[in-house]
Ligand binder design. Sequence first.
Ligand code: E4P
Length: 227
Amino acid sequence: MEFMLDTANIEEIKNYVELLPIAGVTSNPSIVKNEGKIDFFNHMKKIREILGAERSLHVQVVATSYEGMLKDAEAILKNIDSKVYIKVPVSTEGLKVIKTLKQQGINVTATAIYTKFQAYLAIAAGADYIAPYYNRMENLNIDPRDAVGEMAKEIARTNSKTKILAASFKNVGQVNSALENGAQAATMGVDIIKQAFAMPSIKQAVADFTSDWEVIFGEGVTISSLK
Ligand code: E4P
């Protein structure tokens, strides 16, 4: 399973790449907006430096025409690096872009997926990752568990290399359910990770272990300090 961070915040990325087994970073124009008027390419290069070559970086095009999206992709690859996954929304023009980029051997993440049909077409177009929008589907009364499950079946049926990178999460339960229904990867904001570890029971369990140990061995004594 691949866990990715859905943020363009340098401090968050630095911090969570140290803490957790992070496989990559995803962003979109709305996520970039949260960082203010950044020096875009330098900012993304800094993120790449933190990630290293082995983790993936997914950067979204902004233009909406076929030619414009291709030019955006070219600029991203030239000014960040050639390994970046180009995020392309699955519109009709987007599908044409995905086909072209894949013919050129470029890494592609098909995004803004609300329906199985979009996903099936993106799989057929050869996208490396498809990003179904879990919470946004739920808001539209589309069952994301069923959708992700069927996408996974389509990948298996067609023996495709595409991976499901589930996105748009508002709680940990949604992440679990996406992974349990067949997503190989999930991208989430750090708010979701904080939420997952904010359970008072986790803190309490650790505090109880410490105090039980200290009753016998003394305050501040750990295993490494035993003689
Ligand atoms: C991921 O890359 C998506 O763009 C993102 O998860 C969308 O999330 P949102 O629904 O919170 O905007």
